[in-house]
Design a protein. Structure first.
Length: 403
């Protein structure tokens, strides 16, 4: 099939770890690669965020990335992109009406992409599938006044859910949120993200360790809701262990990153400055080295729409201790592949980490079960296959073209 992925802010070609570059970029890149490998013709449309970007770039994994001129050709924060979505949609319509390539299905990632996709889909008669990746209701609940989302986000998300041809939920928790928002259950299909089982595997090089210290690894964009503070507080309650934080700006810029500075001063005030290491952004192809070097991955988000990092660790045969939120409730099987604890609870995290680090048999059992679960249930080829079925089903329905 000819598939158009719309990912306004998250380019599959981006360097990850920065504030707006994380799971969605990985998801779009891996999904597009898996669909291309299955013989589909995939084009990813993302916003042109620099003047020197060619219109189309062929990704090494066999799909095209098209840079859409919408808004200034410079980086713009995700939450400031809404005013440019009309232009984004109009550009797609012009391309598909006049060019030699028309999609059979459009898959939008994040709500703003959904708005552009829906407008373009209606004008060209192409069905739209929507993955939210994150929901405004959840963000507002947890971030309150600090939520910088554009006004009206929740309303737009509800309307999208009621208007697109199919909504893809990534986990059961998201299904519940969407239903409470007013999106009918019948419009949804649950298809979780996958994990790259070649990049993330137990065998392979591992990052160097600091002597015999047990290693707690935690990974993600350096934003507050990822709960790195709780992991640092927990480390203070785990004698002798080191805590390695991967993500954020590149290592050279960590010294000036306000959140990294806060984490450093927290580590000092907890008396663990010598046991907490901030690594900064790591290229995607090197992530496996870090997971393989760890005894445990701790993922302590306040909320998490899906959460790729626990799955990546599991695929490397690393047990996960995580907050019982969002996608982690589905991916981490409590007491089998890891432990789930309440969010924002450093004491509970520390108790689970101590129990695991002092019980080698449990660690081995979790590691084996984690790796098997990732392999059996979360390959990208399975995700791509299930989504291709959804694409086929929505494309089989004829729809009018709205002028
Ligand atoms: N990641 C990376 N380098 C980093 C930090 C993160 O490649 O320095 C990747 C990580 O491997 C994962 C993604 O970014 O694939 C983060 O996804 P997740 O779903 O955990 O979080 P999100 O960014 O969506 O909140």
């Amino acid at each position: 099939m000819r598939i158009a992925m719309i990912s306004e802010h998250a380019s599959p070609l981006a360097v990850l770890g920065g504030e707006d570059a994380g799971g969605q970029n990985t998801h779009v890149a891996e999904l597009s690669a898996a669909l291309a490998a299955a013989g589909h013709d995939v084009r990813v449309y993302t916003r042109r965020h620099a003047v020197d970007l060619p219109v189309t770039v062929r990704a090494p994994d066999g799909y095209d990335v098209v840079h859409v001129p919408a808004g200034p050709a410079e980086p713009v924060a995700k939450d400031a992109l809404l005013p440019h979505m009309k232009e984004f949609g109009r550009w797609l319509v012009a391309q598909w009406q006049t060019g030699d390539w028309q999609p059979e299905v459009i898959h939008a990632h994040f709500w703003m992409s959904g708005l552009a996709a829906l407008a373009a889909g209606r004008r060209t008669g192409v069905p739209v599938v929507q993955t939210y990746h994150a929901l405004g209701t959840v963000k507002r609940r947890h971030q309150g006044v600090q939520d910088t989302s554009p006004r009206g986000r929740v309303r737009y998300e509800r309307e999208l859910g009621r208007s697109v041809d199919r909504v893809i939920a990534q986990c059961q928790d998201e299904v519940g949120e969407l239903v409470r928002m007013g999106v009918p259950r019948a419009r949804m299909t649950v298809v979780p993200s996958g994990v790259n089982l070649t990049t993330f595997a137990p065998l392979g090089p591992a990052a160097e360790r600091d002597g015999d210290r047990p290693r707690i690894l935690t990974v993600g964009r350096l934003v507050e809701r990822k709960g790195f503070q709780d992991v640092i507080r927990a480390t203070a309650l785990v004698p002798g262990a080191e805590c390695v934080v991967v993500g954020g700006p590149p290592a050279g810029l960590l010294e000036t990153d306000p959140y990294a500075l806060r984490l450093r001063s927290l580590a000092e005030s907890c008396g663990v400055a010598d046991r907490v290491k901030l690594i900064g952004a790591v290229p995607r192809e090197e992530m496996g080295r870090w997971y393989r070097s760890a005894d445990v991955l701790v993922a302590a988000p306040w909320y998490e729409p899906f959460g790729l990092t626990p799955l990546e660790a599991m695929a490397c045969g690393v047990p996960v201790i995580g907050s019982a939120v969002g996608g982690l409730i589905d991916t981490v099987v409590d007491g089998r592949t890891g432990d789930l604890v309440p969010p924002r609870d450093a004491q509970a995290l520390a108790a689970a980490i101590n129990r695991l680090l002092t019980d080698r048999i449990r660690r081995l059992a979790y590691a084996t079960a984690a790796q098997q679960r990732a392999r059996r249930c979360y390959s990208w080829s399975t995700t791509a296959e299930r989504l291709a079925e959804v694409y086929g089903a929505v494309a089989a329905v004829r729809r009018p073209v709205v002028a």
